[in-house]
Design a protein around this ligand. Sequence first.
Ligand code: ADP
Ligand code: TYD
Length: 239
Amino acid sequence: MFMRKWPGVLIAFEGIDGSGLSTHSKLLYEYLTSIGYQKVYLTKEPTNSPIGNLIKDILQRRTSNLTARPDLMALLFASDRIYHLFYEPIRWNNKIIKGIMRALEEGFIVITDRYVYSSIAYQSIHDKKNNVRLSFNDVMRINWFVPDADIVVFLDVPLSICLERIKNVRGIIEAFENIEYLSEVYNNYIKLLDELKNKNIHIIVVKGVDEKGDVRSIDEVQDEIRRRVIDVLRHEIID
Ligand code: ADP
Ligand code: TYD
């Protein structure tokens, strides 16, 4: 039995860089709006708050004196998440709703491109250079104030494909976008998804390749996401 935490629904998209999070969260948003859900809000982490912008500067190596060590990044992402949960302004019918928590209380379907699960996957690592090692528990403790999502959509795309997409599309390689690091992140996600099974969360894992290892098209992946999300919304969440 699924316990409702709030009138709305929080859907978090997760996966490694280049797995298609921004593409698919946006397409799901457009779809839900087009079929008549009225209160739908699309958002992302890192946010565009001053803290989120500092994070992006560090990741793109635009700050000369800070590097992306996991302890610093875990604390910054958690601070940015406070902004996201409680301060991000959501414009709606001539009023401003403050933060996604309030939006969920007001019945919104909130779709977020990354959430606390990214912190657990990306910051629970051993940074040998800086001699910092964070466990899942360390990162979860830093995020003690964060409620779980209702639905987690994990885009399971092989690392080689993700790296190829990042190179082709963005050109810039961010601090986290290298094969050794992202394979550690991928393994963390797999371990984390296993742990999340015991919680009050609907986990939807969508594969980016078929049984033969061929890449699935955006439409194919999106169709599966839509079908499975709607199934959860209609049968288990929204009456
Ligand atoms: P992320 O937000 O996870 O970094 P994006 O959504 O920006 O990833 O996707 C990266 C690139 O990969 C984009 O150019 C997007 O069009 C492409 N892409 C996403 N999903 C697929 C897919 N299933 N097949 C082919 N290309 C895809
Ligand atoms: P990304 O979605 O790639 O942002 P943008 O589209 O603005 O480039 O996210 C930036 C990076 O931050 C990505 O590599 C994942 C990472 N990240 C964490 O390490 N921890 C977190 O808690 C979050 C939310 C993201």
